[in-house]
Design a protein around this ligand. Structure first.
Ligand SMILES: Nc1ncnc2c1ncn2[C@@H]1O[C@H](COP(=O)(O)OP(=O)(O)OP(=O)(O)O)[C@@H](O)[C@H]1O
Ligand SMILES: [Mg+2]
Length: 381
């Protein structure tokens, strides 16, 4: 456990430059994303400087807690282990070491504004102290990791979790800090141990997502991860996270709304949600429920984007959608008219070499796997 946290923040922030670095690994690597409704795994191997897709797979967690596919479940460690072993077996994962993602909802992310020119050693003693006011539990109960932001990206000491507004202040050392409760880390460590998986580190899911979803975007981009339980929003400029915010709604809430409005089971509602989405022509009643749920999430997102625009006087140049919930039919059209900008899906498999016949399915599955792919890529480059 001691060195497991060396870099939760990881090279996500350097993700745009790290792509061409060489020879980090020649053996296979595994990315493991344990979401609130499903586990996703991706195994990659480096060959001729490229990431080759060896295998990937997903498994719904609902059935391991006597619930439906797509439902959000809070499982005991042993059930998670069982699901993880099952998905690894079903997808023919051949290796026993990998990196696991820490969900954004299990952490706090904020920036500290510290006096300029502080040495690395000093930072290590100052940061825990300065972080106290942002952390609602004793500092001894959390593990901290941090990243000194590049100078041109100045930010204030606002807690970007709650107040997604960042001011320009100079000259200061701006540090992005991540705090994770030790219980969360112990749980993931226990999962790894019981699965007999070796891991050198963990990574915050947002940084894995950035690595796999971005190309060379410098202008501000809004990354939306529509999960089952939560929608994670981040605004990234020049590869650096400026804003991070979690909306407490996700795809499973949409299904629950359909189920309760129509008086049907979660299972039936899930099917309807996937087949109808926002398409009024196919089923106006369902499409309307979906629309209302989506509008709730978009309206929260608009406040975050607006606050950013106001503070920086900059517009979002693009929106990238990830997460299974973003596959809802009609979402890109709805989102692009809402944001009045280009909206695209993350296409993380495009960073891997895979047989051509798989391309259509990989393009569609991409948003669901972007965290797992990002985790695997981290170990290769
Ligand atoms: N084709 C589809 N149309 C609509 N929704 C879909 C589709 N495919 C998957 N979903 C939804 O995606 C959600 C699962 O997405 P994902 O696997 O990204 O979540 P997760 O990682 O388990 O959740 P979280 O990130 O919140 O912990 C579910 O709510 C599911 O209903
Ligand atoms: Mg997820």
């Amino acid at each position: 456990m001691d060195n497991s946290l060396k870099n939760i923040i990881s090279s996500g922030l350097a993700s745009l430059s790290g792509i061409f670095a060489s020879d980090k690994a020649t053996k296979s690597v595994l990315g493991i994303d344990i979401g609130s409704s499903a586990i996703k795994v991706v195994q990659l191997k480096k060959s001729n400087g490229k990431a080759v897709l060896e295998t990937y797979g997903a498994i719904a967690l609902g059935p391991y807690g006597n619930m439906e596919i797509g439902e959000v479940v809070n499982l005991q460690v042993d059930d998670v282990v069982k699901a993880l072993l099952d998905v690894m077996k079903e997808s023919n994962v051949t290796i026993r070491s990998g990196v696991i993602a820490i969900p954004s909802s299990s952490s706090l992310i904020f920036t500290l504004s510290l006096p300029d020119k502080i040495s690395e050693d000093k930072l290590a003693s100052i940061i825990p102290n300065e972080s106290r006011k942002y952390i609602p539990v004793p500092i001894s109960e959390v593990t901290l990791d941090w990243f000194v932001l590049p100078k041109e990206n100045e930010s204030s000491e606002d807690n970007i979790m709650n107040k997604p507004m960042i001011a320009k202040v100079e000259p200061k050392t701006e540090v992005l800090v991540v705090a994770i409760h030790n219980d969360v880390l112990s749980r993931f460590q226990e999962i790894l141990t019981k699965t007999e998986l070796h891991s050198d580190s963990f990574e915050m899911e947002i940084f894995s997502n950035i690595r796999s979803s971005f190309s060379h975007d410098l202008a501000p981009v809004l990354l939306m991860d529509f999960g089952a339980s939560k929608t994670k929003l981040s605004i990234i400029e020049e590869g650096v996270v400026h804003v991070f915010h979690v909306v407490n709604r996700g795809g499973a809430d949409i299904t629950k709304n359909i189920a309760s409005s129509l008086g049907i089971s979660f299972k039936e509602a899930e099917k309807l949600k996937r087949s109808v989405g926002l398409d009024l022509n196919s089923n106006p009643e369902v499409a309307d429920i979906v629309r209302l749920s989506i509008e709730y999430i978009l309206s929260d997102t608009n406040s975050v984007v607006f606050a950013y625009q106001k503070k920086y006087n900059k517009n979002i140049s693009k929106v990238i959608l990830t997460g299974g919930g973003s596959l809802i039919k009609g979402l890109t059209e709805k989102a692009s008219s809402n944001f009045n900008t280009e909206v695209i899906y993350s296409n993380p498999f495009s960073k891997t070499e895979a047989p051509a016949f798989l391309e259509p399915i990989l393009t569609v599955s991409g948003p669901e796997f972007s965290v797992a792919i990002g985790l695997a890529l981290r170990q290769l480059f």
